[in-house]
Write a protein that binds this ligand. Structure first.
Ligand code: DLZ
Length: 158
């Protein structure tokens, strides 16, 4: 990390915004719902821990990670929504399905974020195995849902 990057990340970490009046949408994929449910809990509790109000956090479910882009757009386009967090889990298989879904959702939510000029956070796990997913959904590698929520908060400071 360059010293300029380090300065920026220190600035952001030390200047977290007041999110008590910020509105968040958390869009959750139903595929691998044991994992995505745990990611959601992590994201939701992190937002509350940093000062968001329960009534300002909306949850919406979509069938699979592929649908996260459109689901995110439906909320990003609303003026009152400050940030969207997209949560999913695509487990590597032997087909190309994995690559298509991951690429589509990564590109899709990037487009939504740039189009509406607000944070749309990529909280999609792309592990090789279910165990690796569990490890990142409240297991030995923490909860990536927490990280996704923290990223949304940090982006609101920029
Ligand atoms: C079809 C499919 C497959 C094979 N695997 C996953 C997965 O691991 N994780 C996930 O979130 N969704 C998966 N899907 C469903 C697609 O995301 C999508 O819902 C369908 O292709 C319908 O558009």
């Amino acid at each position: 990390m360059s010293s300029a990057d380090k300065n920026l990340s220190e600035f952001v970490a030390n200047n977290l915004p007041d999110i008590s009046n910020k509105k968040f949408a958390i869009v959750v994929s139903e595929w691998n719902e044991t994992i995505t449910g745990a990611l959601y809990e992590g994201a939701y509790n992190t937002l509350l821990a940093y000062g968001a109000k329960e009534e300002n956090i909306i949850k919406a479910e979509v069938p699979g990670s592929f649908e996260l882009s459109l689901g995110s757009q439906k909320f990003a386009q609303k003026e009152e929504i400050d940030a969207v967090i997209a949560l999913g889990c695509v487990i590597q298989g032997e087909t190309k399905h994995f690559d298509f879904i991951c690429m589509a959702v990564a590109n899709g939510i990037t487009e939504v974020s740039l189009k509406y000029n607000k944070p749309v956070i990529f909280g999609v796990l792309t592990p090789n195995t279910m165990q690796q997913a569990l490890d990142r959904a409240g297991g030995i590698h923490g909860n990536k849902g927490d990280e996704a929520a923290f990223t949304a908060i940090k982006m609101l400071a920029i």
